[in-house]
Design a protein around this ligand. Structure first.
Ligand SMILES: [Zn+2]
Length: 443
């Protein structure tokens, strides 16, 4: 059982208006993650994810894996370094310009730390090609770090220079096939955001420097967002904010809200296959492949979740993402409760929860020198979805435990439950998905 005293979680208090590693603290998620000991900046726009944040990210990754594998996508890993030659061939070396982090090896060969991998995928296909139309379609995806040399990195993980992304690439013989896969993948996206219980909006967007024929941004409304979307309060039709005041569908007046772009999807057509000469061999002739690409900013999504759900003082998570689902707090050492409900009994409670659908996802607060109240306050600040306290009622026969739910806002009031009632309540959780914590889930 994991004990809180063993968790590497360097908490700090940040004075108002402080600069940390040359970066201003400008938003809630940045402040909470740093103060609660979940991340540490190493320099402007670069962050170390500490154990609790790393677990939350792994949980997000696992949800993404499941939803993508369900629609047939296959996971790969591409190198972070992409040859600059490929980006010169696609024309993006100059287009993206100063945001690219360029490096050179000892032989003078030029590379870049890739912000995205369309060129690398096209090169992979060219390398194994020619590809027969009979092999198509397929979708490859990866989860890894991406790089963008932001002029002014800010808002912590919302706009970092190194960030984790899921990027998927679909490969097709025709435009209509690409459109079908685009629909399937965007349905998987909807499922991902629904599992996370986030009101992410799909908004048609210009294709920009990425190119292609169709694109959507996936926007999460949040006051910390740097984007703006226009939402119709009547029919929910959503567009990127533009000059118009009226909904294109129903004519009602639109509302503008700030939002965070958590994902972007594109039908690319032959934007990359043509310059990089990736062809599909059909029954009669050969033609450039069609591609689609799909990204989700994972570390940005983590920060966006905290922006939307947390208060200024306390973190809040979707239950599927919280670093641990539950924490068990025992009595203070030497108290009356402690005499009857000692550490072994507390461990026993945690063990029952662990065995009932929360394997590897339960913490025990073993700082028995601290009062229950103090530890409850700290647990509430981290936002564990289920906080179980062995207090006065634990002396009753049968013992009853206090269950606090972190649902934000006001001081939580506990339910008093026997161990069996507690397990029943914890298994009635929303979505009813398997919450067991696993590294590198294989579907
Ligand atoms: Zn409307």
């Amino acid at each position: 059982m994991r004990l809180i005293s063993q968790i590497f979680q360097p908490v700090v208090t940040i004075p108002k208006g402080a600069k940390i590693k040359n970066t201003e603290i400008t938003c809630k998620s940045q402040k909470l993650l740093l103060e609660c000991g979940l991340v540490r900046p190493t320099s402007a726009g670069l962050f170390t994810l500490l154990p609790l944040a790393r677990r939350a990210v792994t949980k997000i990754e696992n949800i993404i894996h499941r939803c993508l594998e369900e629609v047939g996508a296959q996971r790969i890993t591409l190198p972070c370094l992409t040859s600059a030659k490929l980006w010169a061939a696609s024309g993006r070396l100059d287009d993206v310009g100063p945001e690219l982090i360029k490096v050179e090896d000892r032989h003078g060969k030029k590379f870049l730390l890739a912000p995205t991998h369309e060129e690398a995928i096209a090169d992979l296909l060219a390398d194994v090609g020619p590809i027969s139309y009979k092999q198509l379609p397929f979708t490859l995806y990866q989860i890894g770090n991406k790089y963008r040399d932001e002029q002014r990195p800010k808002h912590g993980l919302l706009r970092a220079r190194e960030f984790s992304m899921m990027d998927a690439y679909s490969v097709h013989a025709s435009h209509s096939c690409a459109a079908d896969t685009y629909s399937a993948l965007t349905r998987a996206y909807t499922k991902i955001f629904r599992t996370l219980d986030l009101p992410v909006l799909r908004v048609q967007a210009p294709t920009g420097e990425m190119g292609g024929t169709l694109s959507h941004e996936w926007q999460l409304p949040s006051s910390a967002g740097e984007d703006t979307v226009a939402v119709c309060p009547s029919c929910s039709h959503t567009t990127l904010a533009n000059e118009t005041e009226e909904c294109a569908k129903c004519g009602k007046e639109i509302e503008r809200v700030n939002s965070i772009e958590v994902s972007h999807t594109f039908v690319l057509g032959t934007r990359y296959s043509e310059p990089l000469q990736v062809n599909c061999v059909g029954p009669d002739s050969s033609a450039p492949l069609h591609m689609g690409c799909y990204g989700i900013g994972i570390t940005r999504l983590l920060a966006a979740i905290l922006e939307v759900l947390s208060s200024d003082k306390s973190m809040r998570w979707p239950i599927e993402v919280a670093p641990y689902s539950a924490v068990v707090i025992g009595p203070k050492e030497g108290s009356k409760e402690w005499l009857k409900h000692d550490f072994d009994r507390v461990l026993g409670v945690a063990q029952r929860i662990h065995e009932n659908g929360y394997r590897g996802d339960v913490l025990v607060d073993d700082r028995h020198g601290l009062t229950i109240g103090k530890r409850l306050m700290m647990a509430d600040r981290i936002g564990y979805p289920f906080i179980i306290v062995c207090g006065k009622s634990a002396l009753e026969t049968p013992p009853r435990y206090e269950l606090y739910r972190s649902t934000g806002g006001e001081a939580p009031t506990p339910q008093l439950l026997t161990i069996d009632e507690l397990l029943t309540v914890m298994n009635e959780r929303k979505n009813n998905i398997n919450i067991e914590y696993r590294e590198n889930v294989v579907v």
